[in-house]
Design a binder for this molecule. Structure first.
Ligand code: PRX
Length: 561
């Protein structure tokens, strides 16, 4: 058994929405979560209604829903204003022929317009396809093409990265600049809302695996049950909270816990534009009085590396901090505890799971190094290669009993891929390795495949390799995640060169930029190493990524010793 940390971080005294984990775990049914939605009474759902309009109907129209901050620019919107704005966008979508089930993409920076556009798409019953703002042409094209997106909402800047001629299904592009110019025509009721079935498509997120192109993970409106209850118990949202999730809605954390879960719970949500800077982040917390903060280990490590900088800011408003996406190292938890006087609550879930599954709740002790315990209603299993459950303390495949409301509905156009997650009867297989201790705490032990996780972002090695070999100098490529102190892993490419090409710094930089420009910045290899030959399987000649990874780990160990 792997050695685990033995020191616990005790609970900070306080009133939490969920105060007794054991009691709730034993009695909770997902229908209890459904009861939190107004749709439970009417039988008709629209997740955008539940997120925004419902609060206006219940008398909270004047409450601030969104604060936007980007350098000197600041704007705030009440729930009523967000309702009017989403109605406005929804009207324009309808006028442009959007109907239930259409795939409508949103390619915008982290701005209120991005959140409003996503909600408007959902209002009219269409499926929202949010795209991360740093995507380049190929990433944009592959995603819209895969699910035949018919309409795109973007701006004059990002449209430069949309290769329209290569996307035959795309009938229209709407620009926020134009939408904003049209006069508002506020309505009181639900004129623009398409009431749908719980199984109707809600949002599609593309995510990478170890093979092939990114896959379209489709979620249904039923996920709102999962979002609302985890927002209440894990995010611990109360009415006076100012909530900030640092992720862009193009990633599932940014949509589910940056948009749906907090707004379903009527929080005031902060949207921060621009890039990461420790100074900006700390001053944002101080200025807006952020109380709940959801981010990722790489970001916390970047703040930690700034040493005492935090002392220059008043961060006392922060009462609850959460983390997701990659292993949260105990040193970071200790740093936050010692310097900021807060506990960081790790959470585990995936694009495919649509919501939290393993969590650290604010009223429970934290075991640094653990991702927490199963959310009420969730049963975790650690399975061997035959699908049998392993005893406590043994490392195996991290699996979850099906179903639960946030679980993906399908992988767009790829039934085989969808089935591959459910190869053992009654279980969802995550692809992660983990162990669970006697008290139910789950400890992450790595991936069971070649997927790369750099700064919490999932990167498929195949995608990067395919792009690399398009470069005229590259013959073959094998891409791995190299262990890295700051980012968890960094993307490293091993390549062989075509004859006639000589290795040089200039050439390697050219290759790196080629991936960066055509695929995306986060997937571009930070390191490229030229080899005479890549290791391959004898029979099929497949590149052995695991051998390349083993080589890197061996080198790192040599340096340490
Ligand atoms: O390997 C796990 C890692 O991120 C993967 C899911 O990535 P993605 O779909 O992009 O979703 C990220 C956020 C929902 C998982 O299979 N991962 C996620 N959370 C953790 C984690 N690894 C370690 N600790 C976590 N808390």
């Amino acid at each position: 058994m792997t050695q685990q940390a033995t020191t616990h971080i005790a609970t900070i005294e306080g009133e939490y929405n969920l105060s007794n984990y054991e009691a709730i775990r034993d009695s909770f049914e997902w229908s209890d979560a459904k009861a939190l939605l107004s749709a439970a009474k009417t039988g008709k759902i629209n997740a955008a209604y539940e997120t925004i309009d419902r609060h206006v109907d219940e008398g909270y129209g004047d409450k601030i829903a969104l604060h936007y901050i980007n350098d000197d620019e600041k704007r705030s919107y009440t729930f009523k204003e967000v309702k009017d704005q989403t109605d406005h966008y929804a009207r324009i979508l309808r006028e442009n022929g959007v109907t239930k089930g259409d795939r409508v993409f949103v390619f915008l920076p982290k701005t209120p317009e991005c959140y409003i556009a996503i909600l408007a798409v959902i209002k009219v019953g269409a499926i929202a396809g949010p795209l991360f703002e740093a995507f380049m042409e190929e990433a944009v094209r592959d995603r819209i093409n895969d699910c035949d997106g018919t309409l795109l909402i973007t701006d004059q800047e990002l449209v430069k990265r949309v290769p329209k001629d290569d996307i035959p299904s795309l009938e229209k592009i709407l620009f926020v600049e134009d939408i904003e110019k049209e006069p508002l025509q506020p309505v009181d009721g639900d004129e623009y809302i398409e009431w749908v079935d719980w199984e109707n498509g809600l949002i599609i997120h593309y995510t990478s695996g170890s093979t092939g192109k990114p896959k379209g993970v489709l979620h249904a409106h039923r996920s709102a049950q999962h979002h609302i209850v985890t927002g209440k118990w894990v995010l611990d949202i109360k009415d006076d909270d100012v909530y900030w999730c640092t992720s862009h809605p193009g990633w599932v954390t940014g949509s589910v816990y940056g948009l749906f879960a907090p707004l379903l719970n009527r929080a005031t949500v902060v949207i921060q534009g621009g890039r990461f800077s420790a100074e900006n982040w700390y001053s944002l917390i101080e200025e807006l009085g952020v109380t709940i903060w959801y981010s990722a280990p790489t970001a916390f490590r970047m703040l930690l590396s700034k040493g005492d900088l935090y002392k220059q800011y008043d961060l006392s408003s922060v009462r609850h901090v959460l983390s997701v996406g990659e292993p949260l190292n105990p040193e970071v938890i200790q740093w936050a505890w010692n310097s900021l006087n807060v506990r960081i609550h790790d959470t585990w879930w995936m694009t495919e799971t649509g919501g939290h599954l393993i969590v650290n709740l604010p009223a429970e002790k934290i075991k640094p190094g653990s991702m927490g315990r199963p959310f009420p209603g969730v049963q975790v299993g650690i399975l061997d290669e035959e699908g049998n459950e392993l005893p406590h303390g043994e490392v195996g495949q991290l699996a979850v009993r099906t179903p639960w409301p946030g679980l993906m509905k399908e992988i767009w156009g790829n039934k085989d891929k969808f089935k591959s997650y459910f190869q053992y009867e009654g279980w969802y297989i995550s692809g992660d390795l983990a162990l669970q201790d006697e008290e139910g705490y789950v400890f992450f032990q790595g991936r069971n495949d070649d997927m790369i996780n750099s700064a919490g972002e999932r990167i498929g090695p195949f995608e990067v390799e395919s792009k690399l070999i398009e470069h005229p100098a590259v013959e073959e490529a094998g891409v791995i995640g190299k262990p890295d102190q700051l980012r968890g892993e960094l993307v490293k490419a091993f390549i062989t060169l075509r004859s006639g090409h000589e290795e040089s710094d200039h050439l390697l930089e050219d290759i790196r930029l080629y991936v960066r420009k055509n695929l995306s910045a986060h997937a571009a290899p930070r390191e490229i190493e030229v080899m005479d030959e890549l290791p391959k399987t004898k029979i099929s000649g497949k590149i052995l990524r695991r051998q390349l990874k083993a080589l890197e780990i061996e080198r790192a160990n040599k340096v340490k010793n």
